[in-house]
Design a protein around this ligand. Structure first.
Ligand code: PEP
Length: 250
């Protein structure tokens, strides 16, 4: 299924300080206000910048998002940030189950599914990440790994809500490597099947973003692949010119 309005989301990870709001974000905002994008655009800075970024954007053409949330609403969870706190700071979306959280913090599908529930409870747009490792791809398991992650990480509450899946092969994140367009098409088609298997009709509408070394040079081709409904962009979203070029390719 071709989606007409693509979704382009930047993941700043643990990068960005106030100076980047005055620099990159101001530049992105000015460009998008002058020449509106045909894509829906989001930026997910570290939690420390969410409120200030949301104030600068002030309802403008960039949706601000978090990079994770806890399942609980509040309580004795030192260092934790709840979905409700993200909303309070001005976020409207949240990335969940990113491979860096799965690998470094041991997040498993069942926890990601609970976090999706928390995001929905708070009214956030969840962006749920899945993707195989290089070893899994080399073992011929990419499709089955992604299917299992989708079945385990989604949440019944997603049906009828605004959300996105992001297919991010772990070996393509931050490496400059990307799958072939055929490999992307294969996984996105399998991902759609799994979304429908899990949510029935509720799995048809959400866009499936591709993520992993998207840059201004490869964005147009990747975004033209069947069932690629947008992109989740790491490194290239830190530079206004690169992120804007990807947005304009959508
Ligand atoms: C990411 O971390 O979600 C990502 C896609 O990173 P990069 O674009 O830098 O590969």
């Amino acid at each position: 299924m071709k989606q007409s309005v693509k979704m382009i989301v930047g993941n700043w990870k643990m990068n960005g300080v106030a100076a980047d709001l005055a620099g990159a974000v101001a530049e992105m905002l000015a460009d998008l206000q002058q020449n509106p994008a045909s894509a829906r655009v989001g930026l997910c800075p570290p939690a420390t910048l969410i409120e200030r970024m949301a104030r600068i954007i002030d309802g403008g053409p960039i949706m601000v998002g978090g990079q994770d949330c806890r399942v609980e609403q509040k309580g004795a969870y030192t260092g934790g940030v709840s979905a409700e706190m993200l909303v309070d700071a001005g976020a409207r979306a949240v990335i969940l189950g990113h491979s860096e959280r799965r690998q470094e913090f041991g997040e498993i599908d069942a926890l990601v599914s609970q976090k999706v529930g928390a995001a929905l409870r708070a009214g956030l747009t969840p962006i749920v990440c899945v993707g195989e490792t290089l070893a899994q791809r080399e073992a011929g398991q990419a499709v089955s790994v992604v299917r299992d992650q989708i079945l385990g990480s989604l949440n019944d509450g997603l049906a009828g809500r605004d959300w996105a899946l992001a297919y991010e092969p772990v070996w393509a994140i931050g490496t400059g490597l990307t799958p072939t367009l055929d490999q992307i098409a294969e996984i996105h088609a399998a991902a759609r099947d799994a979304m429908i298997e899990r949510l029935r009709e509720g799995g048809r509408a959400a866009p499936i973003l591709y993520g992993g070394s998207v840059n201004p040079g490869n964005a147009r081709d990747i975004l033209a692949v069947d069932e690629v409904g947008g992109a989740l962009v790491g490194g290239a979203s830190l530079k206004a010119a690169d992120f804007l070029a990807i947005i304009r390719a959508a």
